[in-house]
Design a protein around this ligand. Structure first.
Ligand SMILES: CC(C)(COP(=O)(O)OP(=O)(O)OC[C@H]1O[C@@H](n2cnc3c(N)ncnc32)[C@H](O)[C@@H]1OP(=O)(O)O)[C@@H](O)C(=O)NCCC(=O)NCCS
Length: 173
């Protein structure tokens, strides 16, 4: 895919993605609720599209964290994913996502899942590419970006330390 390079700053609202799925039995567990892996796959796609809309480049998932399954999603319910870029750094972007289950008969919605993902923009050869700066238009957007910057430092430190952690050593022995 050819990538026209533009580093003009972009508003967070330009990256917003809303994606809807219908929970069918093939994506359910033995209890008749969503299989977590399917929801994680949809999250990955929804957030990747948000990151692509910001960067207008190909992106790969670098990390997925703060993933919480707050409530189950029943078969037959609509699954509404909403993602947007929260902060842009040099080649990476933090993207936030929420997932709601919607009762198709009543229209009632419930938060079921939320997560934070980081994507890195890469060229065809896998080389990192710079991404546009994020324009924060409101105090809330600025706060979200500031908090993402703090999380980024913690995330990178954790990723660096992971191979030395006890659980990692236990699995790798
Ligand atoms: C993600 C990836 C490109 C990072 O490459 P790297 O050589 O570690 O690159 P760097 O250390 O120079 O970091 C590049 C950027 O990624 C970010 N990054 C690296 N590791 C990260 C992590 N674990 N979590 C979040 N961001 C991370 C860095 O902060 C940096 O961002 P910046 O340019 O905005 O400062 C590389 O590890 C990769 O290709 N991973 C596989 C991606 C993939 O296949 N995803 C699909 C999931 S199966």
């Amino acid at each position: 895919m050819d990538c026209p390079m533009t580093l003009a700053p972009r508003r967070g609202s330009e990256s917003v993605v809303e994606m809807t799925q219908l929970l069918l039995p093939g994506d359910a567990n033995a209890l008749g609720a969503a299989f977590g892996g399917s929801v994680m796959g949809w999250i990955d796609i929804c957030c990747a599209v948000a990151a692509q809309r910001h960067a207008r480049q190909n992106v790969v998932t670098a990390s997925m964290d703060d993933l919480h399954f707050h409530a189950p999603i029943k078969i037959g319910f609509q699954v509404i994913l909403r993602a947007r870029v929260l902060a842009a750094f040099k080649s990476s972007m933090e993207v936030g996502v929420t997932v709601h289950a919607e009762n198709p008969l009543s229209g009632e919605r419930q938060l079921t899942t939320s997560a934070l993902l980081t994507f890195v923009a890469l060229d065809r050869d896998g080389k990192k590419l710079p991404v546009p700066a994020l324009v924060c238009e409101t105090a809330l957007e600025q706060r979200a970006a500031d908090e993402a910057t703090i999380r980024r430092a913690q995330r990178l430190a954790q990723a660096k330390d992971q191979t030395g952690s006890t659980w990692f050593r236990l699995l790798e022995k």
